[in-house]
Design a binder for this molecule. Structure first.
Ligand SMILES: C[S@@+](CC[C@H](N)C(=O)[O-])C[C@H]1O[C@@H](n2cnc3c(N)ncnc32)[C@H](O)[C@@H]1O
Length: 305
C-alpha cells in the first residue's frame, strides 16, 4: 500500500473525536497575505506600515498560478483567508528551498495550500512535500488545486509525479503514520495549531523525523508581540500596555472563525503557548535556534549534526 493510500485510510479512521486534539487554530495573519483584507497592524516595526508593501514591491514575485489559490481562498474562507502566509513569506520559503534543496519537506497546517505550493516550487524535481490538514473542506480544495496545477496525479488522468502529498487528518496522527513508514525529512514548516507546537516538536525530534542538519521553521512564534506578556516570558520591562485585538482590528483579520473566542484573554492564551514553545526549544540541546522578528515571528531551528 502506498503511503498516500495508507494516509487516506488512516484519515478516515480519525473520525473518533477522542483522537482529535482539541485545537482551535488561531493564526495571526496581520503580517500575512491578503493585505487588502488585513490592514498591517503589527508590533514589529520591520513589518508595519509602508515597509511591508515596499519589501514586497522589491522582492521577486511568485508566479501568477497562485492567483487561483488566492481567489479560491477568499471565495471559500472569506473570514479566515488571512490564515495563509503572506506573499512575501511565500517568496521567502520558496527561496529558502531553492537555496537548501531539501529532498523531503514536511508541513503541518496546509490550509488551502499556498505555503506548500510556494515551497514545492523552490524544490528540485525530485523533492516531495508532505502536508497535513485536518479541515476536510480545505484539504479537498487544496487537493483539487494541486491536481489542476500539476503537483499531484489525479485518479482519472495520467499519473504524474506527485510533488505534494496531502495527508488529511490530525497532524499528530499523520506524524505517527510517517514515523511508522520510516520517513525522514530535511525541513519542516510548523504552521498548525499553536497549542500543539511543543508536541509536534517533541514527536519530530524524538522519533527521528528530522535529519541531522535539517531544520524546522516555526511560524507565529511572536504572536503579534504578545509573547512578551506571557507569564514565563521573564520580561518585566517591556510588557505591552494594550493587548490586541485593537478596536480597529477585525476578528477576521486574525483568522478567527465565528465561533472562536475573541476575548483578549483567549488571544493571550495562544501567545502563552508560543512563549512556552520558544522556551522549550531554546532549552533543547539537540537543536540550535534563532527566533527572528520577521513576519509574525519565525523560528529557524536546526538539528545539530
Ligand atoms: C495558518 S493555517 C496554515 C496556512 C498555510 N500554511 C499557508 O500559509 O498556506 C493553519 C492550518 O492548520 C490546520 N490545523 C489546525 N490544527 C490542526 C491539526 N491538529 N492537525 C492538522 N491541521 C491542523 C488548520 O485547519 C489550518 O488550515
Amino acid at each position: 500500500m502506498t503511503l498516500a493510500a495508507l494516509a487516506s485510510r488512516s484519515a478516515r479512521s480519525l473520525q473518533n473525536p477522542l483522537r482529535r486534539a482539541a485545537c482551535i487554530h488561531l493564526a495571526a495573519p496581520i503580517t500575512r497575505s491578503f493585505h487588502a483584507l488585513a490592514p498591517q497592524q503589527t508590533m514589529h516595526p520591520t513589518s508595519s506600515g509602508d515597509l511591508l508593501p515596499y519589501c514586497e514591491r522589491n522582492s521577486t514575485r511568485l508566479l501568477g498560478k497562485f492567483d487561483e489559490l488566492h481567489a479560491n481562498t477568499i471565495e471559500h474562507y472569506p473570514k479566515t483567508a488571512g490564515k495563509t502566509i503572506s506573499s512575501l513569506q511565500g517568496q521567502f520559503l520558496r527561496l529558502l528551498m531553492r537555496m537548501t534543496r531539501p529532498q523531503r519537506v514536511l508541513e503541518l497546517g496546509c490550509f488551502m495550500g499556498f505555503s506548500a505550493m510556494a515551497m514545492a516550487d523552490g524544490m528540485g524535481a525530485d523533492g516531495v512535500i508532505y502536508t497535513c490538514e485536518k479541515d476536510g473542506k480545505a484539504a479537498q480544495l487544496a487537493r483539487e488545486l494541486f491536481q489542476r496545477q500539476g503537483y499531484q496525479g489525479s485518479e482519472e488522468g495520467p499519473r504524474r509525479k506527485t510533488k505534494i502529498e496531502l495527508m488529511e487528518g490530525n497532524a499528530l496522527d499523520s506524524l505517527e503514520i510517517l514515523s511508522k513508514n520510516g520517513l525522514q525529512f530535511d525541513a519542516v514548516f510548523l504552521d498548525a495549531d499553536k497549542s500543539n507546537y511543543i508536541n509536534y516538536f517533541n514527536f519530530i525530534m524524538d522519533n527521528g523525523l528530522l535529519n541531522k542538519g535539517g531544520f524546522i521553521l516555526a511560524d507565529n512564534v511572536l504572536f503579534s508581540g504578545l509573547v512578551l506578556n506571557a507569564p514565563g516570558a521573564n520580561n518585566s520591562k517591556t510588557h505591552l500596555s494594550s493587548p490586541p485585538p485593537s478596536p480597529t482590528l477585525k476578528p477576521s483579520d486574525k483568522g478567527l472563525t465565528e465561533n472562536e473566542d475573541r476575548s483578549s484573554a483567549a488571544w493571550q492564551k495562544y501567545a502563552d503557548h508560543m512563549d512556552a514553545f520558544n522556551r522549550h526549544v531554546h532549552a533543547d540541546s539537540r537543536v540550535e535556534v534563532a527566533v527572528l522578528p520577521v513576519f509574525d515571528g519565525l523560528s529557524v531551528i536546526m538539528h545539530k549534526i
